[in-house]
Design a protein around this ligand. Structure first.
Ligand SMILES: [Zn+2]
Length: 216
């Protein structure tokens, strides 16, 4: 009885999403339903372990929900010896899933900021991209989330994020347009207000709008 009370206290502390989270068995049952919906027999030998595998894959695809991107940027370095030029991490490959079709989005992000006293380890910038990517996304939202977080936590003179990605919901279904990539950007601070800073950033990135997309 006491244990039961403790459990209910724990679940009250969680947010609404995790409180309503189905069990692993329920998630596997949902995959069996989708297999049947597709027209196959989830009881045939080749498909028996598929629901468990898919659920494990989902844990990997969507592990960004259990991570806090803000915490990644909170450890900063202040000894930069007056460095005040652009810091750019280019070609951060990511895999995400679109929130409309749950189909893969595969692309790369370019993340830059103009430091104001503080810098952060560059691997942390890549981790921020990854945490947001490992959620259900639309590219525009992900671009804004990465830029806004860096701007909020590091408080640099400017932040710029460009994302180029191919959406499999466009290439394997619907309009079936292969080779199409979408480019989104968010420029804040000096990258938005100062044309020379923005030009320098875009030159460093290599003008993604020109359509060079080696990752597709
Ligand atoms: Zn989609």
């Amino acid at each position: 009885m006491a244990a039961k009370e403790n459990l209910s206290v724990v679940s009250d502390e969680k947010d609404d999403v995790s409180k309503d989270r189905p069990t692993r068995d329920e998630a596997e049952a949902a995959i069996r339903t989708l297999i049947q919906w597709a027209g196959d027999d989830p009881a045939r030998e080749g498909l028996l372990d598929t629901p468990a595998r898919v659920v494990r894959a989902y844990e990997e695809f969507f592990n960004g929900y259990s991570a806090c991107p803000k915490a990644l940027l909170e450890r900063t370095f202040e000894e930069v010896d007056g460095y005040d030029e652009i810091v750019l991490l280019r070609d951060i490959r990511f895999e995400s899933h679109c929130e409309h079709h749950m189909a893969p989005i595969i692309g790369k992000a370019h993340v830059a900021y103009l430091p104001h006293r503080r810098v952060v380890g560059i691997s942390k910038l890549a981790r921020v991209v990854e945490v947001y990517a490992k959620r259900l996304q639309i590219q525009e939202k992900m671009t804004a989330q990465v830029a806004n977080l860096i701007d909020e936590v590091l408080q640099p003179k400017g932040t710029a994020v460009v994302i180029e990605a191919a959406h499999q919901c466009m290439t394997t279904r619907g309009v079936h347009k292969s080779g199409v990539t979408m480019v989104t950007s968010r420029m804040l601070g000096a990258f938005r207000d100062d044309a020379a800073t923005r030009r320098e950033f875009l030159a460093m990135v290599g003008n993604p709008a020109a359509g060079q997309s080696p990752f597709v």
